[in-house]
Design a protein around this ligand. Sequence first.
Ligand code: 5GP
Length: 115
Amino acid sequence: MSDTIFGKIIRGEIPSKFLYEDEHCIAINDINPQAPVHVLVIPKRGIPRLVDAEQDDQALLGHLLLAAGKVAAQLGVSDAFRLIVNNGAGAGQTVFHLHLHIIAGRPFAEGHLAG
Ligand code: 5GP
């Protein structure tokens, strides 16, 4: 497992409320939310960046998307949420343990991704 803050959270070394947990991933609230709902879906296996995922991770990557949908439904935002993966420091990745951001509860501009 990669030794990042998320590894410590997953191992229970840093107490954190899990909104969701299954065999392969957890979901926690982001410590610095950018929207009323800002949740991180984090695989227990510590892949640093999306591009570091390998063919063997195919099922895990699909699992994360399904888990994100379940968490969004659990939080009551299944009609309007965004999933974001920052890959690499240049894209804003700060924790090098792959994770999905679920963003919801704020208006989204139509027709582009930046809003
Ligand atoms: P990235 O920028 O790597 O895509 O996202 C990392 C996210 O992790 C950031 O949104 C940041 O606020 C969040 N984060 C960093 N440290 C912690 C922490 O200790 N606990 C939680 N819950 N979120 C964290």
